[in-house]
Design a protein around this ligand. Structure first.
Ligand code: ASP
Length: 350
């Protein structure tokens, strides 16, 4: 069982938040007002796009901009959702999806590659195997005469900030008639050691009050201490357990993740019994009737396809939410959120 919640610790009053965004590098950049604003923009953008007029207006917003999608690590959802989010806003895209086709193979530094891209485009959305690379790229951009924003679309085992944003949006909507994310008990399950999505989402929880996090992982795959200390610092409760069945009935949401085998040494892949860390119809039976089942996808055996038909399964919505949240993030990055709001008002919505 999850230990009872101690007397709640009042959140320190939030500092006047800076709600501007240029580079999107880390979950550290997001305050509660900014998260709330991004959620509001996401809903507004998807609502506006429902009418042909609205969709056209959205497409005009950034029609003079170009984006580079620089993905040197495999991606399906993040690549496609960013690509389509750009197109929704009229941004034209170009891409490198395989570093072996770029001048990196000739020994070009990331700094030079990024600066080259910035000569042609207005935003660089990048995913890499290397932790800290997006941050390095952003720092480099800050030192050149014509910097363009860098968006981190997944950096090694470290962070995946825009996935965390779409996860927040999905949680927020799932709990819209239950007071939002505040006060909820959220289980994060799987390879929490190497899974960047769970790390980034856990990080963002400091923005919500009275949230309890339950880290459900096989031994050796527990959430790392940097995230735990951050949560301690912000008085967010967390527990480690390897007993899924015990905690499942208490969870408002379970965020399931796969074992990140791509990080294994191919000569000695990690042996782990993952059978106790799976959600199937049997496990779903013990969950709250209003719980949310989430997964950043792609999935493996940890989430049975039979669960897809359950109304608590949120992962396909999560995918679609991702595209709209990335539209919202791009509106902020290009500083056209106010312009977007007046278009939204002109269309007499809301
Ligand atoms: N698609 C997510 C990521 O890029 C989750 C995963 O691959 O397990 O991190």
């Amino acid at each position: 069982m999850i230990p009872p919640s101690p007397a709640s610790v009042p959140e320190a009053s939030l500092p006047t938040a800076d709600r501007s965004l240029f580079h999107i590098i880390s979950p550290k950049q997001f305050s509660r007002p900014l998260l709330d604003e991004l959620c509001e923009l996401t809903t507004a953008a998807r609502t506006l796009a429902k009418s042909r007029h609205g969709a056209r207006a959205l497409q005009m917003l950034l029609a003079d901009k170009r984006a580079m999608l620089y993905f040197s690590q495999p991606s399906t959802r993040t690549f496609l959702s960013f690509n389509n989010a750009c197109h929704i806003l009229g941004i034209r895209t170009s891409e490198i999806r395989n570093a072996s086709t770029s001048s990196e193979v000739k020994g070009e530094t990331v700094e030079d590659s990024i600066r080259t891209f910035s000569s042609y485009v207005d935003v660089i959305i990048m995913r890499s195997w290397e932790q800290g690379l997006a941050e390095r790229a952003a720092e480099h951009m800050n030192s050149i005469p014509r910097p363009v924003p860098i968006v981190n679309a997944g950096s090694g085992k470290d962070h995946h900030p825009t996935q965390a944003l779409l996860d927040i949006y999905t949680l927020d909507r799932s709990f819209s008639d239950r007071g939002g994310i505040d006060g909820k008990t959220i289980g994060l399950m799987g390879d929490l050691l190497r899974g960047r999505t769970a790390r980034s989402l856990a990080y963002l929880m400091k923005n919500y009050s009275d949230v309890r996090l339950v880290f459900i992982a096989p031994s050796g795959f527990e959430m790392q201490d940097d995230i735990k200390s951050h949560l301690d610092e912000h008085k967010v409760e967390w527990y480690d357990t390897d007993q899924l069945e015990e905690v499942l009935p208490d969870l408002d949401a379970v965020y399931v993740t796969r074992i990140q085998t791509e990080w294994d040494d191919p000569d000695s892949p990690v042996q782990v019994d993952y059978s106790k860390f799976q959600i199937g119809l049997e496990q779903v039976k013990s969950m709250r009737s209003d719980a949310a089942i989430m997964h950043p996808l792609p999935r493996g055996p940890e989430l049975h396809p039979a669960v897809d038909a359950d109304p608590r399964a949120m992962y396909w919505r999560q995918e679609r939410n991702g595209m709209w949240m990335r539209v919202a993030a791009l509106l902020k990055t290009f500083g056209v959120d106010d312009q977007f709001r007046s278009i939204y008002q002109d269309h007499n919505i809301g």
